[in-house]
Design a protein around this ligand. Structure first.
Ligand SMILES: [Mg+2]
Length: 110
């Protein structure tokens, strides 16, 4: 699935099942909430925290939740994520072409 198809899939779902998009501000809060849920799973799976009984342990599902809300926000604010991501990758490549390769902290044992 391409980003364009993902944006269209979310839009179709919202029109079919969601009645309408939540407001941009509500979805911004939802995005923050979902990022927190992802952080919770990551901190328990890879960090020092342990899972409680019955708690979500699937980072993939939480990443999909984050992506879902981001796709909603893109749709309702008129952002073409394919174009935005391509521009962003070009920017990063231009800016960081040698930056990380020249960072000794990334190759030595810290
Ligand atoms: Mg979630």
């Amino acid at each position: 699935m391409t980003l364009e198809e993902a944006q269209a899939t979310v839009d179709k779902w919202i029109k079919e099942y969601g009645v309408r998009y939540f407001s941009e501000l509500t979805n911004m809060a939802c995005l923050t909430e979902e990022v927190g849920e992802l952080a919770r799973v990551i901190s328990r799976k890879y960090g020092d925290q342990s899972f409680k009984a019955g708690e979500s342990q699937d980072p993939a599902d939480e990443m999909a939740d984050v992506l879902w809300v981001l796709l909603c926000l893109a749709n309702q604010t008129g952002v073409n994520l394919t174009e935005a991501f391509e521009r962003n990758m070009e920017k990063k490549t231009r800016r960081d072409a040698t930056r990380h390769k020249n960072n000794p902290k990334l190759t030595s044992n810290h």
